[in-house]
Each structure stands twice: as structure tokens, then as C-alpha cells.
Design a protein around this ligand. Structure first.
Ligand code: PMP
Ligand code: GLN
Length: 380
């Protein structure tokens, strides 16, 4: 049998969570909240199940959820959308990314992605017959050199995938990045944008999330993707959505209907009610996570790790070059087995990894967990 993805093994998130369990380590590796989803949301889903809302939803998502998403987008980004034409509810952002990539990419097309890159982009591009052009960003700034990107552009580049706030670096794109992107896409009318904004509500220190939804020149050629898993602490439900202009949405839906057809109906009802009755949950998320970040960082102040700035997401990068000469994969194994804290090595997000000695920690954890992990890390 000839594998379609010969170089792929098990995802690093699965590997590190398994290792954390094996050594009973504090798991700051795979990104997921340790705390529970809001009670109201749980009650609404249970209610939906008990009143029999258990059959297929419309393929594009239930109308009340599409409307609530449109309301959220109008409130946060000032962009009015026709929900039934522009918003498709998906089984997590992962499905939305997969479908958006398959909507755009044909055999031989190229897609630009920035390393360190989230792990689901490349396999989806390759399964569509596309080729990845991976452009590396390096520590400590992880900034995009748009001049270099421009030098890599040509007429076969079908899409650019951006991710802000960025997993794993915690960087957020700035106004000058969007201006550069605008200028670039203006020159390449056949190139589209996939904007992974799953951490859109988690930005810190006054950094604003600049959504592609708020830039009409970019949105007209974009698929904007988000995930309720991050926003409502429910990564296991896999409900996300894709927002795109009407014509792109119509093509997206042709594929979506044959990938999953529709997504878990009771969760859609619960999320619609949650968005309607507790809009403040979304508005409070940035402060909530900034406190988590600050707690972890302050407890690491006396450690020998160098903490890199996290402007958003629920991740922070640590440089361990003062502590160990091990490469980052070996360091993460050692850290899990011997120190009792699991982290993610940064090199796995690259095609050609730099020799940076950097690991990623997830701070979506209870305060006591973050303090206990920091105490262990401070002993090194
Ligand atoms: N994109 C990024 C950058 C992510 O971090 C994640 C979640 N780990 C996803 C997409 C996938 O989100 P979901 O769990 O909703 O499929
Ligand atoms: N997005 C999560 C992370 O970055 C993991 C998701 C997964 O395990 N597939 O850690």
C-alpha cells in the first residue's frame, strides 16, 4: 500500500499528551483548557438533547447560530453579513480549514504557509494535490518579512494561510502586516486568503485582533475561520465556522456537505443560546487569559527560562538555552519524564527548523496547576 502522506506520523499533540499521562506530568503541551465550559452552555445542550433536537441540522448550521455569529461579527468587527449566505458552521476549525483548502487548491497549486505552522495545514494542502511553500519565521520576533514573501509569489500561488493570534508563537498581526498583504494580493488576483482566527478573542496588553473580516479588500477573497472550542472552553465538541463572501461560501458548502454534511445539533443550539444570553463571555476572555499568562510568567521570573512575549492565544514560548544543550524534542521528553512538566517542542512546527531552543507551554490551566508547573521549572 502506498501512503498518501508518507512522511506523517502521529501528531505531536497526541504524542506529548500520552507521554504526560505515562509520567503523570503536568500537561502544558496539547492546547486545551483544564477548566470546564460554562454551566449555562452545558444546561442548554442537555436541554436541546432532552427536547429531541437530535437529528441532522441543516448542512450550513442552524439559523439561530448563524445569526448569533453574524451578531458577534457585527459587534466585534463592525462588519454586517447576511448570515445564511456567508456563514457555514463546521465540525471544528479543522474541518473548515480542510474544506477551505480543498475549495481552492488544485493539483500543482502552491500555498504559502508560515513556519512555525499549525500542523493540519500541510496534510490538507497535499491531499488536495497542492504544494506547500513554507516560509520560516524565527525567534524572538517571528515577524513576517513581506518583501521576502513578495519575492516568493507567482501566478501558481493559489492561497496564503495566515494565523493570528498565532499558534505557537502568540504573535498577533499588526496593521502594517495587513497593509502589506493588501498590496500583495492586489498584484495577484488569483491568490486567496485563508485566515485562521481561532484565538481571535484572546489578545493581551492592549493588542487588538485585526480580523480579516474588518478589511473589505481582503475579505472579498478570504475564508475566515474560527472555533467555539477555544472561545467557550469546549475543544471536545468540535464546532467551528467559516465566513466567506457568498460565491466562495457556495463553493465551500459543496465540499462541506460531503465531508460531514452537518455538525452536532445540540451543541449548535446551546452555543446560539450562550451567545445570545451571555455576550460578555466573549468580551471577558482576553482579560481572563491575560491573568493566566501573567500568573505563569510571574512564577517563572526566578527561573532560568527566557520567556518570549505572548501577545495572544493561550500559549507562551520559553527559551531554554541557559538550561540545556538538548535539542527541543529531546528536551521536551526529558522535561516530561524527569521534571514532570510536558511542553511542545517548537521545531515540529517547521519544515526546516532553526536550532532555536524554544518550547511552547499552554496556560489554559487552573491557577494551582500553573503555579505547580512553574515551581518545577524554577528548580532547573
Ligand atoms: N487552528 C489553530 C491555530 C489551532 O490551534 C487549532 C486548535 N488546536 C485549530 C485550528 C483547530 O481547531 P478545532 O479544534 O476547532 O478544530
Ligand atoms: N490546537 C491544539 C494545540 O495546538 C491541539 C489540537 C489537537 O490536538 N489536534 O495544542
Amino acid at each position: 500500500f502506498q501512503s498518501k502522506l508518507p512522511s506523517l506520523g502521529t501528531s505531536i499533540f497526541t504524542q506529548m499528551s500520552m507521554l504526560a499521562n505515562q509520567y503523570q506530568a503536568i500537561n502544558l503541551s496539547q492546547g486545551f483548557p483544564e477548566f470546564d465550559t460554562p454551566d449555562f452552555l452545558k444546561q442548554q445542550i442537555t436541554h436541546a438533547i432532552s427536547v429531541g433536537l437530535n437529528q441532522y441540522s441543516p448542512s450550513n448550521g442552524i439559523a439561530p447560530l448563524q445569526q448569533q455569529i453574524a451578531g458577534l461579527i457585527a459587534r466585534r468587527y463592525g462588519h454586517a453579513l447576511e448570515p445564511s449566505a456567508a456563514i457555514t458552521v463546521t465540525s471544528g476549525a479543522t474541518e473548515a480549514l480542510f474544506v477551505a483548502i480543498h475549495t481552492l487548491v488544485r493539483p500543482g497549486d502552491e500555498v504559502i504557509i508560515f513556519d512555525p505552522a499549525y500542523d493540519s495545514y500541510q496534510p490538507a494542502i497535499e491531499l488536495a494535490g497542492g504544494l506547500c511553500q513554507r516560509i520560516a519565521l524565527t525567534a524572538p520576533n517571528y515577524a513576517i518579512d513581506w518583501q521576502y514573501v513578495t519575492s516568493k509569489m507567482h501566478s501558481n500561488v493559489r492561497a496564503i494561510i495566515i494565523n493570528s493570534p498565532h499558534n505557537p508563537t502568540g504573535k498577533v498581526l499588526k496593521e502594517h502586516d495587513l497593509q502589506a498583504l493588501k498590496a500583495l494580493l492586489a498584484q495577484y488576483p488569483n491568490c486567496y486568503l485563508i485566515s485562521d482566527e481561532v484565538y481571535e478573542h484572546m489578545t493581551f496588553d492592549g493588542h487588538q485582533h485585526l480580523s480579516i473580516l474588518s478589511v473589505p479588500e481582503l475579505f472579498k477573497r478570504a475564508f475566515v475561520i474560527s472555533s467555539f472550542g477555544k472561545t467557550f472552553h469546549c475543544t471536545g465538541w468540535k464546532i467551528g465556522y467559516c465566513v466567506a463572501p457568498e460565491q466562495l461560501t457556495a463553493e465551500f458548502r459543496k465540499i462541506h456537505q460531503y465531508v460531514t454534511f452537518s455538525s452536532f445539533t445540540p451543541a449548535q443550539h446551546g452555543l446560539a443560546a450562550m451567545l445570545q444570553h451571555y455576550p460578555e463571555h466573549v468580551d471577558q476572555l482576553a482579560d481572563f487569559y491575560q491573568q493566566k499568562r501573567d500568573l505563569l510568567v510571574s512564577h517563572l521570573a526566578s527561573s532560568r527560562f527566557k520567556v518570549l512575549p505572548s501577545e495572544g492565544t493561550y500559549f507562551v514560548l520559553l527559551d531554554y538555552s541557559a538550561i540545556s544543550d538538548l535539542n527541543d524534542v529531546d528536551f521536551c521528553h526529558w522535561l516530561t519524564a524527569e521534571v514532570g512538566v510536558a511542553a511542545i517542542p517548537l521545531s515540529v512546527f517547521y519544515q526546516d527548523a532553526p536550532a532555536d531552543k524554544v518550547v511552547r507551554l499552554c496556560f489554559a490551566k487552573n491557577d494551582a496547576t500553573l503555579i505547580a508547573a512553574a515551581e518545577k521549572l524554577c528548580r532547573l
